[in-house]
Design a protein. Structure first.
Length: 129
């Protein structure tokens, strides 16, 4: 039996939100909750469960209120993917002092996100210079 074909991940790129989406409402309701899969230390996301293929989150980025502000700033600036689920973007990106962070919605329409730093070559097309 032949193994199923693997799909390449879609390229990261900024896209306009759908016309029926209220970007300001999405930004106001979105929140960072984190993921233990990116933690090597206990956090608000629970006990650490760092995956071998996950970008580790530095302990200095543990303020969920600040990370929620980053997330909301990215959504307000429309630094998002073209895919929206339940009124929220699937992905949002923000460049913070030269490091690009990607936020990914945890479940369709949940408005809850985890985030992680991207490698320099993974920067979404259309995100700043």
């Amino acid at each position: 039996m032949r193994a199923p074909k693997r799909r390449r991940p879609a390229p990261r790129r900024l896209a306009e939100p759908p016309p029926d989406v209220d970007v300001d409402a999405a930004a106001a309701a979105a929140r960072y909750v984190g993921s233990a899969e990116h933690k090597s230390y206990p956090s608000s996301a629970g006990p650490p469960r760092l995956r071998a293929d996950a970008t580790p989150c530095p302990p200095t980025l543990s303020d969920t209120a600040e990370l929620t502000r980053w997330l909301r700033r990215a959504i307000s600036a429309k630094q998002t993917s073209g895919r929206w689920d339940g009124g929220f973007p699937r992905y949002a990106w923000l460049d913070v002092q030269g490091t690009v962070y990607e936020a990914r919605q945890l479940g369709p329409g949940s408005g809850e996100y985890k985030g992680y730093a991207l490698e320099p070559g993974q920067k979404p097309r259309g995100l700043g210079t």
